[in-house]
Design a protein. Structure first.
Length: 375
């Protein structure tokens, strides 16, 4: 099996393809229609082979900014971005509907905010909608709902959105079509010795250090760091991810032929609830733990009150919280069994003391291992 075969219809029945603004829209705000028609032809060929596809498409703000004559590509301020998105999303959805229809495919539009995928019930609703559309042979075209999203409730980039959509859809792969060919050992724009990394099997600190947070084109909101974060989210759901250069014609067919890009193969995913937990971008609070508890969690144990050193945030029972080790890094994420006020009372206490402190029979853990995922 070649690296590209991981994303082929035979081994990946559901695939998410993300297209960045810099690929879809020229700097002057005009659509690269001929290039996009080639992408749609690639999608149609995959669909004919039995693969069901979800497109995550940027470009609404860039298109709207041109129509409204807004400076800085519509990103001078939040209000401009929201207005540009409202105007450009109509043009973007019409474009996708027209081009997919030319290949005999039906498009559906889905606009999502961060809260739609962070809230468990809304996440399940979105998942059910995607599943039904795919069963009907429809191609969902997804974008962040930038018209209403604010800094507090937005993904901020479509790379991580694509990975979260892959989780919700049960997709086996994510292809990020980008204006760069993949992850390099250094910035290829400034270092002629930079080498393309073909495959990354472990997303450790050395790999994350290779990324920068900026968008190469200045049109989008992502960057290599967002793509690596997307790979982590995809891995939690057992989905492979690839960063593939999209500047050439028929980029998906070209990737099938030569496999050029950076592949992040997944080794297997968590269950549905744990994948959702791992992919979340927000948490209601933090529980700080000692070294002994950190080792216990790594061995598959639940988090007991005795291992907690501090409680941060105003969470309620059932909220998602981060569990932070002594080095200050989140080592796990889970659903808390206690409100923050109660957790503060029992943090660091032995199990035998808890009933007296709380005034009722304690639960078995601060965070049970069945409702926790290691990060």
């Amino acid at each position: 099996m070649t690296r590209a075969d991981r994303f082929a219809p035979a081994s990946c029945p559901r695939l998410v393809v993300k297209i960045g603004s810099a690929l879809l829209v020229d700097p002057d705000g005009t659509v690269r229609r001929e290039w996009l028609a080639g992408v749609v032809a690639d999608l149609a060929a995959r669909h004919l082979s039995g693969q069901r596809l979800i497109v995550v498409s940027s470009g609404a703000i860039a298109l709207g900014a041109r129509r409204l004559g807004l400076p800085n590509g519509g990103r001078a301020c939040l209000e401009d971005a929201q207005a540009a998105a409202a105007t450009g999303q109509i043009a973007l959805s019409q474009l996708w509907a027209e081009l997919l229809a030319s290949e005999g495919l039906t498009a559906a539009q889905m606009l999502l905010t961060l809260d739609d995928l962070e809230d468990r019930r809304r996440y399940l609703n979105a998942s059910a909608t995607v599943a039904r559309l795919l069963a009907l042979g429809v191609v969902p075209v997804v974008n962040e709902n930038d018209t209403v999203a604010t800094e507090e409730i937005r993904f901020g980039d479509n790379d991580r959105l694509a990975a979260r959509v892959a989780q919700a859809a049960g997709a086996g792969g994510v292809i990020l079509l980008s204006d760069v060919d993949g992850l390099y050992t250094a910035n290829p724009g400034s270092d002629p010795q930079a080498q393309l990394i073909d495959e990354v099997t472990t997303l450790d600190d050395s790999i994350m250090a290779m990324a920068d947070g900026g968008s190469a084109s200045g049109m989008g909101s992502g960057g290599m760091l967002a793509k690596l974060q997307a790979a982590k989210i995809a891995h939690a759901a057992g989905a492979h991810l690839a960063i593939v250069g999209g500047r050439r014609d028929h980029p998906l067919a070209a990737f099938d032929a030569d496999g050029r890009g950076t592949i992040f193969p997944a080794s297997g995913g968590s269950g549905a609830r744990k994948a959702w937990l791992a992919g979340r971008l927000t948490a209601h609070g933090r529980i700080l733990i000692d070294a002994g508890a950190t080792s216990a969690l790594a061995g598959g144990a639940s988090l007991l009150a005795a291992g907690a050193t501090a409680i941060e945030g105003g969470f309620s029972r059932g909220d998602v919280i981060d569990i932070v080790g002594p080095e200050g890094r989140a080592v796990a994420r889970g659903l808390t069994e206690y409100d923050a006020s109660e957790a503060k009372l029992i943090a660091g206490r032995r199990t035998a003391e808890l009933a007296t402190i709380l005034g009722y029979a304690p639960r078995s853990a601060l965070v049970h291992r069945d409702h926790m995922v290691l990060l």
